[in-house]
Ligand binder design. Sequence first.
Ligand code: SF4
Length: 436
Amino acid sequence: MLDTRKKEISPLQCGFSAGESPLPPDPRTSPDGSPRVLAGPLSATGFKGDSPVLNLYPLYPASSIQYPVSSALGLYVHIPFCRRRCDYCAFATHAVSDASVWERYVDVLIREIEMWRGRFKAATVFFGGGTPTLLPVSLIGRVTAAIRSSFDVDPAAEWTIEGHPATLMGERGRECLGRLTQLGFNRLSLGVESVHNATLAKLSRDYDFDDVCDVVGAAREQGFSNINLDLILGWPWESDKQHRESISKACELAPTHLSVYPLKIEEGTPFFRQNVPVNPDFQADEYMATHEILQGLGWEHYEVANFARTGFRSRHNLIYWHFGDYLGLGVSAASKIGQRSFSNARDIRNYTACLREGRSPCADEEVLDAREIDRRKVIMGLRLKEGVRSNSARSLFQEDILSDFKNLDYLREETGSLRFTPSGWLVSNQLYLHAV
Ligand code: SF4
């Protein structure tokens, strides 16, 4: 029997996950739902170690592996550095302000990019992290040049870069934004997190809401017409009223896209050690309020945690959600090409050593069989408002469990498709538990 009690709707269990950062599109999980890497503190030698790399591809270049790709893929580039680690963050990133470390990373990243020279077309490019805008534009430009010379990038490609508002403030920020558009970036994704100055101060984000307004204004002035803002819902010290204000104030900045994720406290983070509480009921209420407010303002709630103005869905993240092909470049980046799902070394020292020695940094690989591909397609497809073809869903879920969800208006079936309602997304993991 399906248990629908609201107290069991936990954001740690539900279908929430972020869409704008991706190693994959999800700061908390990889595109296929597997947990992301929790980066640790730097050791005296530079980086925290983990298990040795399993080199499945000892030959450089990796061109001996055949990847059947029929269409252009999404390129993800991971920049694993931030000004400081935020207390709630479990992303694969390190607080590094030493420019020589950034340069050495870019050197090996370019080696990895060149390893794939001439193999693929790219429809989208996404620089995520971490904080890509922490790096000088000259270093970012070296990476974009390597991408352009190694991949056949669609001239109309979507180029996204993630930025921390504090790295884009003032004249330096304005100049940086202008140079990024000259490099070809046409979409900016800003990690705003909250519009309330008290919350931003608690998080030591080093900017306030006025700064965010200035950065968004400067970005637009410098040519970014496609701007996403990331917000987090469920800060335990913010009221429901404040959350509603957050959504409204964010809309006043006229972004084209909003990603609204629930606060998630991961083991190993300072917030976990401080027992910062997460209230699932509160988060569920805020989630539904977000849906209602944005829908009322004409936004399209097109994915579990993502909202877009017409024509501004994230093309890069849609590749993940359609279970298309994507290539992740950089430490810990995940890829899916054809039947192969693989990811790079999670330890930056191992990643760097492999590339310096002329070996692939790939650390693990899975060859997916047809059944597994179908399963992942259904689960990823149900994240989107269109859902999936009913017969695909029925190959994974029994009729009685689908009926239970439909009777509770968590799922709707129309014209041969099955899709979650927004309240259904909150309990989507309860459906996935029943996958056969
Ligand atoms: S800036 Fe973003 S990626 Fe970096 S530590 Fe903070 S939340 Fe994590």
